[in-house]
Design a protein around this ligand. Structure first.
Ligand code: ATP
Ligand code: MG
Ligand code: FE
Length: 349
């Protein structure tokens, strides 16, 4: 089937088109710059930006694919989790498009989208696989079987901040621009990861092997900056960035590989915005290779929020014979991960 996917859960308006697992169009407009001076996403600004971007982004996606609205077999849209106002805009738009196309509408869990992004580059996911989702709002280890048919087994989560949030907050402490992840990645190239001894939270024997904690890293980074300032020294920002990035990448990849080993799973999939991090990618590569695990990471442009990943889930839903959503389906801003594999309809009320 030809499926249009719409994403608007945060600050990216995305439209993507997928036909039978193949990517035909991938267009994203971001309101990131409008939020930069506030140091984080402002929900009201994001919602308004989606309203402005929606039509042009969809238009461009159809042009890229060389398709007319009437040629769509289904429309898929993120129903949650995410910012309410932002989700509302995408859902309203998607309903209109589905109606115009005479095509069924499918509600998609944003995190199922992040997982499915990888299939657009590397083909169907093996069953089972371990998935590490690392984004601005989530840090979770999952055991995934069939993404749209089987419940996802949730191995662990962050107890406090998400990895992306940690990058964003530490970047601010180091005086780097928003969003912090890419800024730290760039700055770290000129620094030494050994310059600061940042902690590796929850990695002691007896700690939950699949839980994460990143808020302590933020405090450690703040103290480290403070120590330099008190001594009247210039803060070695590149070193701080490299050491922070190393600590995060170390913990993430260590736990992800441990999960694969414990569950005897041969494939690790790393998805979400932080999967774009060069050190996370390199360390995951090395650690997986050393124990014979296949590593799959989507290309960078499919790691951060986009509509193509939502179309990818829609395509899987159509092919699995899932029920479409009714036209009065609602957003689900706090949709739990436990139901990520199911359509909103299938989530027990
Ligand atoms: P969620 O998917 O949990 O709802 P989100 O959609 O805001 O959150 P994404 O768009 O997947 O998250 O990812 C954004 C996050 O990824 C930000 O925190 C950003 O700093 C981080 N990020 C992006 N590129 C990099 C990078 N190269 N290194 C580290 N972090 C990065
Ligand atoms: Mg974003
Ligand atoms: Fe996301």
């Amino acid at each position: 089937p030809v499926v249009l996917g719409i994403e608007s859960s945060c600050d990216e308006t995305g439209a993507g088109i997928v036909r039978d697992g193949k990517l035909l169009a991938h267009v994203v407009a971001s309101s990131m710059e409008e939020h930069a001076r506030f140091g984080g996403v402002v929900p009201e600004i994001a919602a308004r930006a989606h309203l402005h971007a929606f039509n042009p982004v969809v238009r461009q996606a159809l042009d890229q694919a060389g398709l007319r609205i009437g040629q769509l077999d289904a429309v898929a849209v993120t129903t949650g989790p995410g910012l309410s106002g932002a989700l509302q805009v995408g859902l309203a738009g998607a309903k209109t498009l589905a109606y115009a196309a005479g095509a069924p509408l499918y509600g998609v869990h944003h995190l199922a989208g992040h997982v499915a992004a990888d299939t657009l580059e590397h083909g169907p996911l093996p069953d089972p696989c371990v998935v590490l989702i690392v984004s601005g709002g989530h840090t979770s280890l999952l055991l995934v079987r069939d993404l749209v048919r089987e419940p996802i087994l949730h191995l662990g989560d962050t107890l406090d901040d998400a990895a992306g949030e940690c990058f964003d907050k530490v970047a601010r402490i180091l005086g780097l621009p928003y969003p912090g992840g890419p800024a730290i990645d760039r700055a770290a190239r000129a620094g030494s990861p050994k310059a600061a001894a940042f902690p590796r939270p929850l990695t002691r024997p007896g700690d939950d092997p699949y839980a994460f904690s990143f808020s302590g890293l933020k405090t450690a980074a703040a103290r480290w900056v403070e120590r330099h300032r008190l001594r009247g020294e210039e803060v070695p920002v590149a070193d701080g960035a490299a050491a922070l990035q190393e600590a995060v990448a170390d913990v993430l990849t260590r736990k992800a590989v441990a999960a694969c080993t414990a569950y005897d799973v041969k494939t690790l999939v790393v998805v979400g915005g932080v999967a774009a991090n060069s050190r996370v990618r390199a360390l995951a590569e090395r650690r997986c290779a050393s124990v014979g695990i296949e590593l799959r990471v989507p290309p960078m442009t499919l790691c951060t929020d986009n509509g193509a990943m939502i179309a990818a889930v829609g395509d899987l839903l159509v092919r699995s014979g899932a029920e479409p959503a009714p036209l009065d389906v609602s957003i689900d801003p706090s949709a739990p991960l436990a139901y990520a594999s199911l359509t909103p309809l299938a989530r027990p009320a």
